[in-house]
Design a binder for this molecule. Structure first.
Ligand code: SAH
Length: 392
């Protein structure tokens, strides 16, 4: 872990006033080029046995990339509202005014909400005694559409002077396209509760990525860095070198992004994803984009692959984008028996990627190259795309 040290050239003072309390950006005070160098060395070390690691694709302006911004609301001893983030590993709130990672418009909206609470007599929630109303604010921004969603997470569905609150907030930020009230009355570390209703606009936003439109609801999984998301998906599609006649599998498909983006370049896409809501969104995304050559299955990816292998199916190409823990040995065994010519592995953990590459390469595949993409500047997070081809 890179500490806040003199490598920055600006001594002990951090670029971020809450660096020590927050702990989310392990590399906040490391110059950006050096961050990439450190991360590249880590990937190289882990993937060395398998393939060459190409240069890191970094960002031109690595600040304020996060388009999903969450603030927890609380108050000080005098009852003045505060908003910020939980101190790492605790439920203590560290007040945050602005963050180098977060979209600045999102931070400004959060500050406005904080400023409006007193005049609207809205109390922030107190975890200890259960009093108060407002727990969290979540902002999601569609960078390529300009649409903005504000989610107000409260303990009760009754939000006093709701219409005036909406009016006042939109007066300060007319670019807000929807406001959702989400009710979370449980003692839980989850931010969002089950019940929600739009109090302004449609209750969701759209964003555009690689020419496709995606619906983002409060709970949708969607990459937080839209600029690098395009870079990542384009890298994956380029690596696949599609000819137009392939049957492609998109495993761990989330809201359908990679499969949908690949769909114009292949004959057919089969997508599998465990999360029911994500699959619902994916089906809708296919409709919105009028994509007809894609089928979505809600299933455990390992079970799905085993079923395909058992029925003797074969595919030309597999995109796989598993969670941090990586895939499973059973998934890999079944994938190998489907005999795809190419596998494009998108990974958010170089450690689990290296583990999985060991098994895939044992199964008769050769890793051709790895391209790391910096999705999470200032943090240790690393995303890597690897191309594997079937050995003759
Ligand atoms: N490819 C998508 C999502 C990647 S995140 C994108 O680029 O946006 C990983 C996804 O794997 C999540 O959507 C998660 O719900 C899903 N997932 C986790 N475990 C799974 C499993 N066992 N089987 C299928 N999908 C799983």
């Amino acid at each position: 872990m890179v500490k806040n040290n003199n490598s920055t050239g600006h001594g002990a003072k951090s670029l971020c006033p809450v660096f020590k309390k927050c702990g989310a950006c392990q590399m906040i005070d490391t110059p950006y080029k050096k961050q990439l160098k450190i991360k590249h060395a880590r990937v190289q070390e882990l993937l060395e046995p398998y393939c060459k690691v190409e240069s890191f694709i970094g960002m031109e302006s690595p600040e304020h990339y996060r388009c999903k911004v969450h603030a927890v609301f609380t108050h000080d001893k005098k009852g003045n509202p505060l908003s910020g983030i939980y101190r790492e590993g605790s439920h203590e709130v560290v007040p945050v005014e602005s963050c180098l990672l977060e979209d600045q418009k999102a931070d400004a909206i959060i500050a406005s909400i904080r400023g409006m609470l007193k005049s609207f007599k809205i109390k922030t929630y107190d975890e200890d005694n259960g009093y108060g109303l407002l727990r969290h604010v979540l902002i999601r921004i569609g960078r390529n559409t300009g649409e903005i969603m504000v989610v107000l997470v409260t303990v009760s569905p009754i939000f006093p002077s709701k219409n005036n609150f909406v009016k006042a907030l939109r007066k300060e930020h007319p670019e807000i396209t929807t406001i959702v009230l989400n009710v979370n009355d449980k003692q839980t570390s989850m931010i969002l509760g089950d019940k929600e209703k739009p109090i302004y606009g449609p209750g969701f936003i759209y964003d555009i990525c690689c020419g496709m439109k995606f619906k983002i609801s409060p709970k949708s999984f969607y990459q937080v860095n839209p600029i690098q998301q395009e870079v990542l998906y384009n890298t994956a599609i380029e690596m696949a070198d599609l000819k137009g006649d392939e049957v492609a599998l998109d495993c761990y498909s989330g809201v359908g992004t990679i499969g949908l983006i690949a769909s114009p370049h292949v004959k057919e896409v089969i997508s599998v994803e465990l999360n029911k809501d994500a699959v619902k969104d994916a089906i809708l995304n296919a409709k919105i984009n009028e994509v007809k050559n894609i089928t979505f299955y809600q299933n455990d990816a390992t079970r799905f692959m085993q079923q395909m292998a058992d029925s003797g199916d074969s595919v030309d190409l597999v995109f796989m984008d598993p969670p941090r823990s990586g895939s499973t040995p059973e998934f890999i065994t079944s994938m190998v028996s489907l005999s795809p010519k190419k596998i494009v592995y998108i990974s958010c953990s170089p450690e689990s990627l290296a583990n999985d590459l060991k098994l895939i390469t044992k199964g008769g595949y050769k890793a051709q190259k790895a391209v790391p993409v910096d999705m999470f500047p200032f943090t240790r997070g690393v995303e890597t795309v690897v191309l594997l081809t079937k050995e003759d």
